[in-house]
Design a protein. Sequence first.
Length: 376
Amino acid sequence: MPEYFIGLMSGTSLDGIDAALVEFKEPPSQQSLQGNCRQIQTLSHPLPDDLREQLLALTLPGPDEIERMAIAEPAFARESANAIQQLLDKAGFSPHQVTAIGSHGQTIRHRPEKGFTLQIGDPSLIAELTGIQVVADFRRRDVAAGGQGAPLVPAFHKAVFSSLALDRVILNIGGMSNISLLPTDSQKPVTGFDTGPGNVLMDYWCQHHLNQPYDNKGQWAASGSINDQLLNSMLNDSYFSEAPPKSTGRERFNPGWLESHLKDFSDSQPEDVAATLTLLTAKTIALDICQYAPSAKEILVCGGGASNKYLMALIEDELNPLPVSSTASLGIEPDWVEAVAFAWLARQTLTGKPGNLPAVTGASGERILGAIYPAD
């Protein structure tokens, strides 16, 4: 009997809540999901501008944080419940057909070096509003075990995208970028980590100068020229030379970080900065793949960055002659991989299976992740 789960993901880009209704066919005891995991329906639910601004403000230290968080959290949960209802309506499903919701929540602070990571989303309210049990708070158990709490999706990548024929890298470009190296040898550990900024700085720059949420297909950036001095200044950030396991987020790569590098380049044209930020993302990805995944024979891209043609062209150029394509070739559209992954993580939790990979996060061992919030 197939089972149906819903995965919810809202990443550092804060461009909305991605929701995916997913069918799983194979018994939970099986290690591989290949051919047995199918996205039934998907939906992207935009966040209201005022809520987005509240959440963005919470990613950095400020006054009255606890009260502001307490106000934003149920508002985010209501938007999550709205996304779920729209998804069910679109798919022609009812709540009782869904085993559980895997809700990532919204990361507002990620400080694994200080022993904490915080995702808000009020899963109790989501369960109450939808009538479906919710699994949430996936990252903190990994942090409790000494890990980074991120990235978590490499465990899903291993289950769905591994190949017996070649070593493969899954490259996820969301607000941040992360890679998973999937070796053909099942005895070798999957490795993965955040390479640095993905879309987050490019999106900010586009919003600031064009009043658009993102640079459509990278056309604006493609009209600019690379500023090599600015690029080198940004590449000198110590994060890029840190060895994995490592993870990062808006607490490090944010508008303030960018402005600190731009102070010596105040005469730069906006489109030139856009081009340089795009190359920063491409180059940091490529440098880490070459250093930490030299055996890779194929790169499959997922996340919103896969739609940026200019970024993809730069990545292909940096990684030439490695072939670069998207996860669509293996049955999951690139925009929905993370949402599908959190449906899978919820299933792992409910079946008593680990959801982390210690070689990726640095945790002391495999752990069952998340907390369960019953529907009634």
